[in-house]
Design a binder for this molecule. Structure first.
Ligand code: SAH
Length: 228
């Protein structure tokens, strides 16, 4: 099967390229896509660069150009839910663009005509993730991720987004990846390991924990491929 594995930043994909060892780099649309073999699968790996636009583009390229049949996203996120700690794994069951705002016209935050507010990920992939977690003896939480083009490091912004959407974590790519996959009918899985708690000074925690958390998520996603 052709499986797309996408991250946003180099730190999120390097652990996989290191593990796979051999890969071919293809430059396309101002980015690099790495083709590799893993078990019986052909993998397409890339880091999209940060944000909703970059991640939308890379997702579309993986599907339309490289023919990915499933899309697995791996990366880090800021925790909103107090039960999530640094390094914990969160699988998004649904995601929302918290900064999509046409509320001036009476619409709810996160909504535009033609789309749902919450975008669901693939249930089967999420069930496989639970199986992998059981096998590895790892804790895996399931929840809602809020996506927007801002690094959240502010208690009041965090509280507001959590209250409106009951979000468990925030990041900058998940909802756009999930929406692109849903629109193009490709099953989507979004995994994040917590790098910070999105409050005051979250940028310091992020810098300290990004490499390790990114690795935790990447290893899990590669293990998922054993079950596909
Ligand atoms: N240090 C980087 C910028 C990181 S932006 C640089 O200087 O280039 C944060 C990245 O991690 C995004 O890809 C986002 O998806 C995720 N992320 C982790 N914690 C986050 C938070 N608190 N708010 C928003 N995104 C977060």
């Amino acid at each position: 099967m052709k499986i797309g594995i996408l991250g946003a930043m180099e730190e999120e994909i390097t652990p996989l390229l290191d593990t796979l060892g051999e890969f071919e780099e293809i430059k396309y649309a101002n980015n690099s896509y790495y083709l590799a073999h893993y078990k019986n699968h052909e993998l397409i790996l890339a880091y999209s660069k940060i944000g909703k636009v970059n991640s939308t583009l890379s997702t579309a390229v993986m599907i339309e150009k490289f023919k990915a049949e499933k899309l697995l996203f791996t990366g880090v996120a800021g925790a909103f839910n107090p039960k999530l700690n640094i390094g914990d794994l969160l699988c998004a069951t649904s995601l929302v663009q918290y900064d999509l705002d046409i509320t001036a016209f009476g619409h709810p935050l996160g909504f535009v005509p033609g789309n749902e507010i919450f975008i669901k990920t693939d249930e089967k992939l999420n069930q496989i993730a639970q199986k992998v977690a059981n096998e590895l003896g790892k804790k895996l939480e399931f929840g809602i991720i809020a996506t927007g083009d801002e690094f959240i490091c502010d208690e009041s912004k965090k509280a507001k987004i959590r209250e409106i959407f009951q979000a468990d974590a925030c990041e900058m790519e998940g909802a756009s990846v999930a929406l692109t996959c849903a629109t193009l009918n490709v099953p989507c899985f979004i995994l994040r390991a917590i790098s910070d708690k999105a409050g005051e000074k979250a940028e310091f925690d992020f810098d300290e924990f990004v490499v390790n958390s990114a690795k935790i998520s990447a290893e899990f996603v590669l293990k998922m491929c054993d079950y596909l």
